[in-house]
Design a protein around this ligand. Structure first.
Ligand code: PLP
Length: 391
């Protein structure tokens, strides 16, 4: 079977380095935050071209903590794309705000920037563009709308580590960028992991506060923000006790493990190479899949797509997937239900037909194998079998 993704091939290629990285942490006796995490935060911030990074438990938490740090909560609305993983909208709901959905485009599948402005109300506080499948949303248009209405932008970069838009790295264009290091991601760890990146020192400190129970000096800063009062950070005195035992706002326990940070530090230098390989395979598919019954994804001209997944559209998806399986090729669906039609959000009152592009993608889109370690003969077989599909 040609897999959709395969994590053991990557591990085998870097086994010695990854084993050493894991053992380094095991021997260190320091397993939560600490130097490995601090170093990875510095390296990842530099990679994204921003000043600060905060390592957190996973990509969902990254979004939750970013929203909290932006002061978003009950009564607020946040606009996001109807086609994404549930976490994008779930994070909005977790902080007590209401997700407001806009459709994706028909070809690039990212949020349709033209559909954002009409969704803005006096309650709108932020936009979460999702760089879906590894391609950046149209950030120039989104930033223009955000500036016009004074909205915060939180980029959901969970599927886009290393992607660019007009030469700017994903995560560096909004107020904050949120990443997931879920194992299958282009930069993945051996468990859960996530990161928030930002150029804004105050948001950086607030994210740090919410990541550890609203404690310490950053916790007091968050308290000042939440209560809209001035706080005296200069003369803070914990009486010789650990600051982490002084809590000012309700936060989370969401920290990146040292073990994950160590593995991610080992992998980060290879990320561009892996993404280039993904682009090479995507180009091969683009040039060699020539079946009129299979619609290929469109890469917008403004950015550098990193093909977290390569999604084609076919009329009868289930038939196509069975056909691929019979020929020994795995496929996947990202995602079968658009966010506005998820049962969990039924109370928001969206109907089938509200987001035609997202609904069409949810019904017809299917990912075919694409990962850096895919072998040439596998890639060729995938293209040949797709071309022989008769619909
Ligand atoms: C677009 C998007 N946002 C958020 C997340 C959440 O990340 P995590 O699974 O690390 O919580 C994911 C993960 O798959 C994702 O694809």
């Amino acid at each position: 079977m040609i897999p959709l993704m395969n994590l053991t091939r990557q591990y085998q290629n870097y086994e010695r380095k990854l084993d050493e990285a894991a053992l380094r942490v095991l021997h260190s006796g320091r397993y939560i935050l600490g130097e490995e995490v601090a170093l990875f935060e510095r390296e990842f911030a530099a990679y994204c071209g921003v000043k600060y990074a905060v390592g957190v438990g996973n990509g969902t938490d990254a979004l939750v903590l970013a929203l909290l740090s932006a002061g978003i909560g009950a009564g607020d609305e946040v606009i996001t794309c109807a086609m994404s993983f549930i976490a994008t909208a779930e994070a909005i709901a977790i902080v007590g705000a209401t997700p407001v959905f806009a459709d994706c485009t028909k070809d690039t599948y990212v949020i349709d920037a033209e559909k954002i402005e009409s969704r803005i109300t006096e309650r709108t506080k932020a936009i979460i563009p999702v760089h879906l499948y590894g391609q950046c949303a149209d950030m120039d248009k989104i930033k223009t709308v955000a500036e016009k209405y004074g909205l915060c932008i939180i980029e959901d970069c969970a599927q886009a580590a290393g992607a660019e838009y007009k030469g700017k790295p994903a995560g560096s264009m909004g107020d904050m960028g949120c990443f997931s290091f879920f194992p299958t991601k282009n930069l993945g760890c051996a468990g859960d992991g996530g990161m928030i990146v930002t150029d804004n020192e105050e948001l950086y400190r607030l994210c740090q506060a919410y990541r550890v129970h609203g404690s310490g000096e950053n916790g007091l800063l968050a308290y000042g923000k939440e209560k809209k009062v001035s706080v005296d950070l200069e003369h803070l005195d914990f009486g010789g006790n650990l600051p982490k035992y002084f809590n000012f706002v309700v936060g989370y326990n969401s920290r990146l493990d040292a073990l994950q940070a160590s593995l991610l530090r080992t992998k980060l230098p290879y990320l561009d190479e892996w993404n280039a390989k993904r682009r090479e395979i995507a180009l091969y598919y683009h040039n060699n899949i020539s079946n009129s019954k299979v619609k290929k994804p469109v890469c917008g001209s403004e950015g550098s797509h990193i093909y977290y997944v390569y999604v084609v559209e076919v009329k009868d998806r289930e038939k196509f997937r069975s056909y691929m399986k019979e020929h020994g090729i795995a496929t996947g669906v990202y995602f079968p239900v658009p966010l506005h039609l998820q049962k969990v959000f039924q109370e928001l009152g969206y109907q089938t037909g509200d987001m035609p592009n997202a609904e069409h993608l949810a019904e017809h889109g299917t990912a075919i194998p694409l990962f850096p370690e895919l072998k040439d003969h596998e890639m060729k077989k995938v293209a040949d079998i797709v071309n022989a599909w008769e619909g």
